[in-house]
Design a binder for this molecule. Sequence first.
Ligand SMILES: [Zn+2]
Length: 443
Amino acid sequence: MLIVGNGKLFTRDAQCPMIADGAVVIEETRVKELGFTTEMKKKYPQAEFVDARGGVIMPAFVNTHEHIYSAFARGLSIKGYNPKGFLDVLNGQWWTIDRHLTLEQTKYSAVDTFISCIRNGVTTVFDHHASFGEIGGSLFAIADVAKELGVRACLCYEISDRDGMEKARESVEENAAFIRYAKKDDSGMLAGMMGMHAQFTISDATMELAASKKPADVGYHIHVAEGIEDLHDCLKKYGKRIVDRLMDWDILGEKTLLGHCIYINSHEMDLIKETNTMVVHNPESNMGNACGCPPTMELVHRGILTGLGTDGYTHDMTESYKVANVLHKHHLCDTNAAWGEAPTMLFENNAAIANRYFDAPLGVLKEGAAGDVIVADYNPPTQLDETNLNGHILFGMTGRDVVTTICNGKVLMQDREVKVIDVEEAMAKCREASAGLWKSING
Ligand SMILES: [Zn+2]
């Protein structure tokens, strides 16, 4: 049993949003009780005590769109890479990296990503993976790392015809095999989806194959209309818009997650809403790739379950929150935009998305909820309470303020020390693996 106490406890539970000198008691993998620190310590004297030292105690973050394959891109300069548009960004950078990734390099990309997630207080990750250099076993390699580091992961491989039909078939098989494996896993920590890159790299034949291998209770995770080229391709090849094509392939539904959705119209939003399909917004990535700004505020206002991801750009959810906040204000020339929508996406919707795949209630601290708790070293000069917590996180907190990360009742990091892996040794191996990747790309 664990008690995380001696801090300002924020629960995200309307029944009891804040306890000023609060503690959360975790038994096994779930939250058992919340209360005052002194009372909880007295009631459970045998429990291990994790001291928040007056900081903020809150539910851990969920990231609903990650790319482990991008881990070794930091600092990499690819010879001849000079993108003139989004397709050049994909082919020149990301597909070049994933075409070279070996299984070993995928493994260490996962090691680096999950360590960074832990350090930023993220305990649940929806990853969208590609390693066309070595497809078979890649999701299993990532899952092994997730297990070792104690992070909750929903994984998929991005099916694509871009490297030929044989690799497309292999990527369907990797998803199917991993989905079977994750379904048998009863830890509550692993899930699988049928991943798809984007409709413009997937033929009807591959769509059909993926559908035939996907269990009914699992959804798709696919990039949608991230670039205008995706829409043009769909109109030209199929005479319809992207979400219509997905609808025709029965891809929409409550277990399916659509990334980006920048170039969609009102009719497509209707389809997403009617089918209760989920959307994930990645503001920093959209800006960085010069892709445009999605109609995210409208999606949220229409009641479409829209979450917040990082798209591999960062592993810090507070960074995505900050960028979503300024992007929509800037784009709409509306000083009121995103104040409520961005925190709703990060704190409520990401948890709701994750809970379509994981049973334990996430993003909330109450009896029976997942034992996913973080402590932030945050002590502001202004009043902090349940009415202005989001403003404090937005303007005062970063992922680096997280000092303690607990997932599923297990302490993964305490007082900035990662407990589940020797970080120095792991980073040395990551540098070795990334050097190998860079050499195979640039020669
Ligand atoms: Zn993505």
